[in-house]
Design a protein around this ligand. Structure first.
Ligand SMILES: O=C(O)CCC(=O)C(=O)O
Length: 210
């Protein structure tokens, strides 16, 4: 199937109705790739004032520019989360999106053309729930089954929240292609500067039991 047709179809489908099934669009009969179970997408998790404040707070912190895209690490072994991230971590738990309050956050910055390779988040150090809050540019995230052939994609809009748990967290990789535009409703949307805040919980290791 031509990529642009494929994309123009699935972006119109709310993930609320895509719950691990293959769907067919009325009148088009084109299969819509099912999103992994455990993926929950929430548009407008924060408002635009909060987005601006978070962007400003991010820019006041120091970027690590030693890897292919700028990155910041907060919380975990770096100490407590700064207030501006702790407030969002608390909201994720209070709103029922996360069972525990996240204690560490990675901030990724993406200029147009930058992405992140396919990966499953580290299972030894991170808990079962991953929360990604998007600021700035819209971007497409792609998912691939680790032990299978299935692929899926989800547009991440500014101010949205993406939750990954269960199969979406452990059995599928996620990635953002390093390119300058994304398919949106049959067109290409040019990327701008994007920042993501990825909230995770540390895996606590108790004393070994006999
Ligand atoms: O930028 C994103 O939306 C994804 C970030 C991510 O996958 C990561 O930090 O491991």
């Amino acid at each position: 199937m031509d990529d642009s047709v494929f994309c123009s179809c699935y972006v119109l489908i709310s993930c609320d109705i895509v719950k691990g099934m293959s769907l067919f669009l009325p009148g088009l009969d084109l299969p819509v790739p099912a999103l992994p179970a455990g993926l929950v997408y929430t548009p407008e998790f924060i408002n635009s004032t909060e987005e601006r404040c978070l962007m400003a707070a991010v820019e006041r912190e120091k970027w690590n520019r030693e890897i292919s895209r700028p990155r910041q690490s907060h919380g975990g072994r770096h100490g407590p989360l700064p207030d501006w991230l702790a407030a969002i971590a608390r909201r994720l738990a209070d709103s029922g999106h996360m069972e525990e309050v996240a204690d560490k956050v990675v901030v990724n910055g993406y200029a147009p053309g930058q992405g992140i390779g396919a990966h499953v988040d580290d299972t030894a150090s991170c808990g079962g729930e991953i929360a990604i809050v998007s600021l700035g540019s819209l971007v497409e995230m792609v998912f691939a089954e680790v032990a299978g052939e299935r692929k899926a994609a989800q547009l991440l809009e500014p101010r949205s929240l993406l939750m990954l748990s269960g199969a979406a967290r452990y059995d599928w990789s996620h990635a953002i292609s390093a390119r300058r535009s994304d398919p949106v409703a049959g067109m290409r949307m040019a990327r701008q500067w994007r920042v993501s805040l990825t909230f995770r919980t540390s895996v606590r290791r108790g004393p070994a039991t006999a």
